[in-house]
Design a binder for this molecule. Structure first.
Ligand code: ADP
Ligand code: GN1
Ligand code: MG
Length: 362
C-alpha cells in the first residue's frame, strides 16, 4: 500500500505516504502528514460514475467561493476547500485502474464532529451551511453537473426503494417486512417537495445536499463554523434538503447506527439551535419554504432511512459497512426519528414560527 500511495502522491508533487482518515460513508480518505498536512481522497466511482464531472463542479465552486471570501475579507485558505492540482495541472489523478484521486489542503485547528455534543455546535454548523448557500446564491447553476441523478428526488428514491424490495437481491426482504411497510405507508410524503419545486411554489437554489455535521469543520478553539467540506453533491436543489438533512443527523440523540433504539429520539434543543442559525443567515427564505421546514426533516430522514434499507436489500453495495446488519441498524434509527418527528410535528411547526418571528424582529 505504501508504494502505491507514494506513487499516487508523486503526481501531486508530494513525496510522502498517507494514513487512513475520517468517517465518511462514501470516499476513501487519507491524511498526508507533512508541513502543512493534506487530505488525499479516492473518489468512490461506484457512487460517482463521472468523477471528472464531480471535479469540474468542485473546481468551479471552490474558485467561486475563494473570490467571495477574499471580497469579504476572510481567509480563503481556511474557509473553503483548496484543491491541489497534479504536476500536469489537473484537479485529479487517474491511475492505471481508472481510480480517481484528489488532494486538498488540510484544514488545521478545526474539527468535524461525528456525533453532536451540544446545541451550540448545531447553531454554528447552521450558520456555516447558511453562509455557504448565500455565497453560492449567484453561482451559475447551469454550469453544475448533476453528479448523482435524482439525489434528493424523493419520488425517484421511493421507486428505487420499491425496485430494491421487488428484486430482493440479497434475499433479506422476508426479515424486514415491518421496515418495508414503514416506507410504503409514507409514499404520499415523497411528492410534497418535488411537486412544490415542479409547480414553482418553492425555488431551486444551489445547495450542498449532504449537510451532515461531519461535513462542516468547526474551529477547535471558538467552535465557530470554519469551512463546509464534502462538495461532491453541490447541485441545484432545495434549501429544504440542506436544512432537513442537517437535522436528520444533528437532531438525533444518538449515533446514526445506534443499535439500542431506546436511546434514539429527536432533540428539540438541537432543532431550535440549528433553526435559529439557519434563519439568521438566510433572510431570503420564502414563506412556503419556512412552512415546510419541520416536514423537510421528516422527509430527509425517511429518504435516508429508505436508502439504508434499500442498500441492505441490495446486499450493501453503496454505503460503507463495518459490521453485519450495519445498514439495517442505520435504517432503524432513521425510522425511529421519523416516527418521533411525526408525533411532534405541531410542536415543531410552532417553534419554527416563533424563531422566525424573533429572527425577523431582531
Ligand atoms: P465522504 O464523502 O466519504 O464523507 P468527506 O469529504 O466528508 O468524505 O471526508 C471525510 C472526513 O475527512 C470528513 O468528515 C473530515 O473529518 C475529513 N476531511 C475531509 N476533507 C478535509 C480537509 N480538507 N481538512 C480536514 N479534514 C478533512
Ligand atoms: C453519505 O459522504 P457522507 O458520509 O458525508 C451520503 C449521504 C447520506 C449520508 C448518511 C454521496 O454522506 O447522502 O445522507 O452518507 N452521501 C452520498 O450518513 O450518498
Ligand atoms: Mg462526508
Amino acid at each position: 500500500m505504501d508504494q502505491k500511495f507514494y506513487d499516487i502522491l508523486k503526481h501531486f508533487n508530494l513525496k510522502l505516504t498517507p494514513s487512513i482518515y475520517g468517517n465518511g460513508h462514501i470516499n476513501d480518505t487519507y491524511i498526508v502528514h507533512s508541513q502543512p498536512d493534506y487530505i488525499l481522497q479516492r473518489i468512490n466511482k461506484n457512487v460517482f460514475t463521472n468523477p471528472p464531472a464531480v471535479m469540474e463542479n468542485i473546481q468551479g465552486v471552490t474558485e467561486f467561493l475563494r473570490a467571495k471570501i477574499i471580497e469579504n475579507g476572510g481567509d480563503p485558505d481556511r474557509e473553503t476547500l483548496n484543491l491541489i492540482c497534479t504536476v500536469d495541472g489537473k484537479p485529479y489523478y487517474e491511475d492505471e485502474n481508472g481510480d480517481f484521486y484528489r488532494v486538498y489542503k488540510f484544514i488545521d485547528h478545526a474539527i468535524s464532529y461525528d456525533l453532536v455534543e451540544n446545541p451550540s455546535q448545531l447553531y454554528n454548523a447552521a450558520r456555516a451551511f447558511g453562509k455557504f448557500q448565500n455565497m453560492l446564491a449567484d453561482y451559475p447553476a447551469e454550469k453544475l453537473h448533476e453528479t448523482i441523478v435524482d439525489f434528493h428526488n424523493t419520488k425517484a428514491r421511493f421507486k428505487q426503494f420499491t425496485d430494491a424490495v421487488a428484486k430482493d437481491a440479497a434475499g433479506r426482504a422476508k426479515d424486514v417486512q415491518e421496515e418495508i411497510q414503514f416506507v410504503l405507508d409514507r409514499e404520499a410524503d415523497c411528492s410534497v417537495v418535488v411537486d412544490a419545486i415542479a409547480e414553482g411554489r418553492i425555488p431551486l437554489r444551489v445547495t450542498h445536499n449532504d449537510t451532515k455535521l461531519n461535513n462542516v469543520m468547526l474551529d477547535a478553539q471558538t467552535g465557530d463554523g470554519v469551512c463546509v467540506i464534502d462538495l461532491d453533491t453541490v447541485m441545484p436543489g432545495s434549501l429544504l434538503y440542506d436544512y432537513g438533512d442537517a437535522l436528520r443527523f444533528g437532531g438525533s440523540s444518538g449515533a446514526e447506527d445506534e443499535k439500542d433504539l431506546s436511546k434514539i429520539y429527536f432533540v428539540v434543543e438541537n432543532f431550535e439551535a440549528f433553526t435559529r442559525g439557519f434563519l439568521e443567515t438566510l433572510p431570503s427564505i420564502t414563506d412556503e419554504e419556512l412552512k415546510l421546514l419541520p416536514f423537510s426533516i421528516k422527509l430527509m430522514t425517511l429518504e435516508c432511512g429508505s436508502r439504508f434499507l434499500a442498500d441492505y436489500l441490495n446486499g450493501d453495495v453503496y454505503f460503507k459497512v463495518h459490521r453485519e446488519g450495519h445498514n439495517l441498524d442505520r435504517c432503524r434509527t432513521q425510522f425511529k426519528l421519523v416516527k418521533d418527528i411525526e408525533d411532534r410535528m405541531d410542536e415543531l411547526n410552532a417553534i419554527v414560527a416563533k424563531i422566525a418571528a424573533e429572527v425577523k424582529n431582531a
